[in-house]
Design a protein around this ligand. Structure first.
Ligand SMILES: [Ca+2]
Length: 305
């Protein structure tokens, strides 16, 4: 790979003529440098792209970073590709040419253990409109760890039968079956099944394993009572900058599964047929003083093994 990349680089260099004066501008103001950095990151990603063209769909430019490591050297770090991460160092020459000093894969721990804390602040104080005092709770957490090829729910998509049952009744099945089916087909690794919150405000925790090949978490819980409202995350990645994230706090907004037409917490069942898209609830009772107010947080904290 390393022998191959410099040749490819030369070609790309011609395409990016804006890069030619880079070494002359090396000590120019930060904004100019950042533009150059961006181009370099793009080029470096092309190296990896071209070295493994079959896997190009997995390319992710958003995790990369660049920093100056010497007089005319740039270190390009944590370029994500197909679940792997690469660092590269390039050296810029004053005549506009440059050398690729190294490209190496960043090795991270292949697995990690996380503790999830589901902390619900949802109460008459945070969401006073029609708050179901004495009734407010959440169904048991259900979801899985998976790769980037599968989604169990997404905003603006139609809820699966499993999501509908979870959001309307708090049932873990058939969503559990959908996760297990993804495990069988190789797109998911672990089923996640945890406790609920018997009375909100309150909290519940669970621990789970996750691995590099399946670094995404989907986890949901029904807001109860409600027609088809839920909280959760979909395909939340726990690798960032080539490392397992130590701690991640996600605010929990209320989503509507689009499968029941009730408009308040205690509306009677009213099946929506055909189903509407999954959406974020942005009106009462979740619009509070002009702001869409979260019901609490998921905190993912990595446990050191
Ligand atoms: Ca329904």
């Amino acid at each position: 790979m390393i022998q191959y990349l410099p040749d490819l680089c030369s070609e790309l260099f011609r395409l990016y003529d804006g890069l030619v004066p880079m070494s002359a501008n090396f000590h120019s103001p930060r904004s100019t440098m950042n533009r150059h950095y961006y181009r370099i990151i793009a080029i470096c990603s092309f190296w990896i792209f071209a070295a493994a063209p079959v896997l190009a769909d997995g390319l992710d430019l958003t995790t990369g970073g660049a920093r100056v490591v010497g007089e005319n050297k740039l270190s390009l770090e944590n370029l994500s590709f197909d679940g792997r991460f690469y660092n590269a160092e390039i050296e810029l020459n004053l005549d506009g040419t440059y050398n690729v000093n190294s490209v190496e894969e960043v090795v991270i721990a292949s697995t990690a253990t996380y503790e999830l804390t589901f902390d619900s602040t949802w109460s008459a104080a945070t969401h006073p409109y029609q708050y179901p005092s004495g009734l407010s709770h959440y169904s048991g957490l259900i979801g899985g760890t998976h790769n980037g090829k599968v989604r169990f729910w997404e905003l603006s998509k139609i809820a699966s039968p499993g999501m509908e049952r979870m959001a309307e009744l708090g049932s873990k099945s058939p969503l559990r079956d959908e996760v297990e089916s993804a495990i069988e087909s190789g797109d998911a690794e672990y089923l996640l099944s945890g406790g609920g919150i018997g009375s909100s405000p309150g909290l519940v925790t669970m621990q789970f394993q996750i691995s590099q090949g399946y670094p995404f978490v989907t986890l949901v819980s029904m807001i109860a009572p409600s027609p088809d409202w839920f909280v959760g995350v979909s395909a939340l990645g726990l690798i960032e900058n080539g490392q397992w994230i130590d701690e991640l706090v996600i605010p929990l907004y209320a989503y509507d599964a689009g499968s029941d037409s009730g408009v308040s917490y205690t509306s009677s069942n009213s099946d929506t047929n055909p189903k509407a898209q999954i959406s974020r609830l942005e009106e009462l009772p979740f619009l509070v003083n002009g702001e869409i107010t979260p019901l609490g947080t998921f905190t993912f904290r990595r446990l050191l093994e």
